[in-house]
Design a protein around this ligand. Structure first.
Ligand code: PTJ
Length: 255
């Protein structure tokens, strides 16, 4: 059914568009197709299931605090000297075009950065992103290290995430998110679970589904493209991560 082209999993013809949970079911098919195509790890299926549960409780919409976070993320990326968008197997399957558009709107680089790293999957994902218009995709050199992690999980590009001043990590394992934050870069995390260590270690936690969050950061970046540095700095500085996490948690508990 899937696998003839990278986009086959997007169409999922057996789901009628009138289905009340059409978007959610389509997303599932994209992740399944990602596994079939060698982009997404099997653990990525489990991660998606965890994410779906939180998204259901959030009402499957971008809540106001997540929108504020997306705006702060856009300001950070526009101000960055070396901004990097980190892409794993789930992100590659769910939002390749959206990542390419965000890179173009902010001038950030794209780097494949995997929890369950193999050279073959890095190459597969890099080629997939290139087929969607990405240029100079990083992650293949793997000549840098995130301190405090074991060998495979620590690998990054020295001139990419290794020297970034702002990193966007949509969906990250807690250990790696904490280790990345300790490297000193401003860390932007997209995670539907506001209680996860990844969200809690981020300077800018965006509690939203990455399929909504990435295009939303792009929309804010486009809207802020002519803003002066002082305006961008003040948007970034006025963002309160604890308030954003508390607002998201209240929304989950108020269902
Ligand atoms: O491709 P790899 O090898 O780098 O592996 C990627 C995964 C995601 C498998 C790996 O990083 C992992 O195991 O992650 P965790 O520890 O399962 O954490 C995933 C987090 O992302 C959880 O807190 C989920 O709630 C959240 N999540 C899942 N799907 C989405 C999401 N957040 C935003 N949007 C989603 N679509």
């Amino acid at each position: 059914m899937f696998g003839d082209s990278p986009r086959d999993g997007m169409t999922a013809p057996e789901i009628p568009e009138s289905h009340p949970r059409y978007e959610s079911l389509l997303t599932r098919h994209r992740i399944e197709a990602g596994v079939d195509e060698g982009l997404t790890s099997r653990q990525g299926l489990i991660a998606q299931g965890r994410g779906e549960a939180f998204d259901y409780l959030l009402g499957e919409e971008t809540i106001p605090s997540a929108d504020t976070a997306a705006r702060a993320a856009a300001a950070h990326l526009l101000r960055a000297d070396n901004g990097v968008l980190s892409v794993n197997g789930n992100v590659a399957a769910l939002a390749p075009d959206e990542v390419v558009e965000l890179a173009s709107a902010t001038g950030a680089d794209i780097e494949v950065n995997l929890f369950n790293r193999t050279d073959a999957r890095v190459e597969r994902i890099a080629e997939h992103l290139e087929a969607h218009g990405a240029e100079n995709v990083g992650g293949r050199a793997a000549d840098g290290r995130i301190p405090g992690l074991d060998h495979e999980r620590a690998k990054v590009d020295a001139d990419g995430i290794g020297s970034a001043d702002v990193v966007l990590v949509p969906l990250e394992d807690g250990d790696r998110a904490e280790a990345l934050a300790e490297m000193g870069a401003t860390e932007i995390v997209v995670d539907l679970n506001p209680m996860s260590r990844s969200a809690r270690s981020a300077a800018v936690p965006i509690v939203d589904n990455l399929v909504r969050a990435v295009p939303n950061v792009t929309a804010h970046a486009r809207e802020l493209s002519d803003a002066d540095p002082g305006t961008l700095d003040s948007i970034a500085a006025s963002f309160d991560p604890d308030a954003a996490l508390s607002a998201a948690e209240r929304r989950l508990r108020d269902v």
